[in-house]
Design a protein around this ligand. Structure first.
Ligand SMILES: Nc1ncnc2c1ncn2[C@@H]1O[C@H](COP(=O)(O)OP(=O)(O)OP(=O)(O)O)[C@@H](O)[C@H]1O
Ligand SMILES: [Mg+2]
Length: 244
């Protein structure tokens, strides 16, 4: 299933070989603040996502989508409940384990692209490979392959400011794939794009889920993007209200 080699040793994040679900979430709770001012963003969320699916996460503003993505991606820790990613219980991981999870297993895509302005498209895509100290030749080959996969083979030397919004998001998708993650997490990836460009980015995400064999969890407001998903989860009132 995973093509991850990484060249890293001693990782605690061994992919479970059983082909079980990519994500298992059980009775997840996360509140912000205390006392009367507390906001209960998640109040017992449970669901499973099979491997290789593109799953959309919808729900009105403030329903907890970003909160949930941050927990699944190891950017935040839950108050209660359990999250398993590719067979690893990540709720039991410390800071080092979470760092390793984010670096080696998960690709993040954000609404605001998150590219580094002074670096070229190719250099941006290469960042995760540099962080894991990949061989420079391997890095250059993978960067070229990924940029051509996202249709930017002719734009590798342009900086983010010299690219359109849709092209910038394509660079961000290529970067998210650099370390051959098992899981892509995208928070409103089309939120800053016009409708047509948003559709194209969603189509690309769907294509890479198929071609790279990754699983993707994508929060979106946009009803026209839900059709790209294999499954839609809806958050409301701190719970999953719809499974379909
Ligand atoms: N760091 C924080 N401190 C306090 N409250 C927070 C924090 N982050 C989120 N919240 C609250 O938690 C709830 C869920 O927020 P979250 O950002 O997860 O919603 P969302 O579904 O992503 O919304 P949107 O669609 O607007 O992005 C909201 O009521 C929000 O105000
Ligand atoms: Mg959000």
């Amino acid at each position: 299933m995973t093509q991850h080699t990484g060249g890293q040793s001693g990782t605690a994040l061994v992919e479970s070989p059983d082909g079980g679900p990519m994500i298992q979430v059980e009775d997840l709770h996360r509140s912000y603040g205390t006392g009367a001012a507390a906001v209960h963003a998640l109040r017992g969320v449970s669901f499973e996502i099979p491997r290789g699916e593109l799953v959309a996460l919808k729900g009105r503003s403030g329903s907890g989508k970003t909160t949930l993505l941050n927990l699944v991606g190891g950017l935040d820790t839950a108050d209660r409940g359990r999250i398993t990613v590719a067979g690893t219980d990540i709720t039991g991981l410390g800071e080092d384990g979470l760092l390793e999870l984010r670096r080696d297993r998960i690709g993040f895509i954000f609404q605001s692209f998150g590219l580094i302005p002074i670096l070229t498209a190719a250099e941006n895509v290469g960042i995760p490979l540099r962080l894991r100290k990949a061989d420079p030749r391997e890095r250059e080959e993978r960067v070229a392959l990924l940029l051509s996969l996202v249709g930017l083979g002719d734009h590798t030397q342009q900086r983010p400011g010299e690219l359109s919004g849709g092209q910038q998001q394509r660079v961000a998708i290529a970067r998210a794939l650099a370390n051959r993650p098992s899981l892509l997490i995208a928070d409103e990836p089309t939120g800053q794009l016009d409708a047509e460009t948003g559709l194209a980015v969603m189509e690309l995400l769907r294509a890479v889920v198929r071609s790279e064999g990754v699983t993707a969890l994508v929060a979106t407001h946009d009803p026209q993007l839900l059709g790209f998903a294999d499954r839609v989860l809806e958050l409301g009132d701190g719970h999953i209200v719809e499974h379909g």
